[in-house]
Design a protein around this ligand. Structure first.
Ligand code: SAM
Ligand code: SF4
Ligand code: SF4
Length: 340
């Protein structure tokens, strides 16, 4: 079947193209803006094994998404995806799905020295590695576990050595790490990896998000431009979330993901599947659609396809375009559950 015939559209005529699959809600970090240690403590009720979708269940759903619903890209995320045992087996199984263009992963990088080679061999093409500072003092505080910068840099090097394409994600929060923007930009320009700045977002309800802690795209660009002049460049494809810039006179580039100051809902083509099989049509959803229960009953692939089609065609989400002060009181899914 041709791609065009498979495409499904939501209420605002947005196609489904990108599926993010969270494979665990657990993490070995406790980033203050994502899983604050005071809340995600030893007694936190993380998902039990039987609540997680198995690799076979994930692959069955992914096949339906790719073959019948127009998904072209898969990103594996978490929690920390590399905390899920034998993740390389899942990557291999997904990579074998006919018609899939791209498989990537987002990780905190700490376990990449151990797994990068196996992941590459299993078919992983691209990895986004999160790092918010080059200072051990700042980074140790942010990750809540005192993990050193070198641990993540070793992960970055391991992935690059294995031949996996690397991008770096840096969440910028005012008062936390805005002074790290320039050192990070210089360091990763030199190293030859694209750095993407992410505005601090009001995902979930545990991080006590405040609008004045957002360090907006405009400011990030102004800061860098004052030291290393930048010029905007065109998106690689429709629906790309990062605005791209290049350092004048070179091909070295950076990106900014401005979900707060400059929303991009009108081209949002992403769905998110949680580790427990809930499907979310927006990062800021209050509730999802349970796919695990139908998956574990006797539904045929055709019936599952119809169910998923109905979820997407009823989609009206445009949270970032509607964000308001009142919205902070709305109940939202945590980032570690939905996967970013
Ligand atoms: N553990 C992996 C990691 O940190 O890369 C994958 C999951 S994490 C939830 C995915 C991405 O979301 C990371 O780049 C992280 O920095 C980002 N993130 C988490 N909470 C955020 C927030 N409140 N605002 C913006 N980005 C956030
Ligand atoms: Fe873990 Fe990633 Fe969340 Fe940090 S951002 S706590 S590494 S899931
Ligand atoms: Fe997509 Fe929701 Fe983010 Fe808008 S707020 S870009 S609809 S995930």
């Amino acid at each position: 079947m041709k791609q065009k015939e498979q495409t499904i559209f939501d209420h605002f005529n947005r196609p489904l193209r990108d599926l993010r699959i969270s494979v665990t809600d657990k993490c070995n970090f406790r980033c203050s803006y994502c899983m604050p240690a005071e809340i995600f403590g030893p007694d936190y009720p993380f998902l039990k094994r039987e609540e997680l979708l198995s690799f076979e269940e994930i692959v069955r759903l992914t096949e339906i998404f790719v073959h019948s619903l127009g998904v072209q890209k898969i990103r594996i995320t978490g929690g920390e995806p590399l905390m899920r045992r034998n993740l390389q087996d899942l990557i291999r199984m997904i990579n074998e799905i006919d018609g899939l263009d791209d498989i990537a992963m987002t990780t905190n990088g700490s376990l990449l020295p151990k797994y990068a080679e196996e992941l590459k061999e299993a078919g992983l093409k691209r990895v986004s590695i999160s790092l918010d500072s080059l200072s051990d003092e700042i980074f140790g505080k942010i990750n809540g576990r005192g993990v050193t910068v070198q641990t993540v840099l070793d992960g970055i090097d391991a992935a690059a050595r294995a031949g996996i394409k690397v991008k770096i994600n840096m969440v910028v929060k005012r008062g936390m790490n805005e002074n790290e923007i320039i050192p990070m930009a210089k360091f990763f320009r030199e190293k030859g990896h694209i750095l993407r700045f992410i505005e601090y977002m009001d995902v979930g309800n545990t991080n006590q998000w405040k609008l004045d802690e957002v360090y907006p795209k405009k400011q990030i660009i102004e800061d860098i431009n004052a030291v290393m002049p930048l010029e905007p460049i065109d998106p690689n494809y429709t629906g790309e979330v990062a605005s791209r810039y290049r350092y004048v006179g070179s091909n070295d580039e950076i990106g900014v993901i401005s979900s707060v100051s400059d929303a991009f809902c009108s081209s949002c083509n992403r769905a998110r599947l949680s580790a427990s099989g809930m499907l979310y049509t927006c990062l800021f959803s209050s509730k999802g659609h349970d796919i695990r229960e139908p998956l574990r009953s006797d539904l045929s692939d055709d019936e599952l396809t119809t169910l998923l089609q109905n979820v997407w065609s009823g989609r009206k989400d445009r949270y970032s375009e509607e964000r308001s002060v009142a919205s902070k009181h709305r109940k939202k899914i945590e980032m570690s559950h939905i996967g970013g």
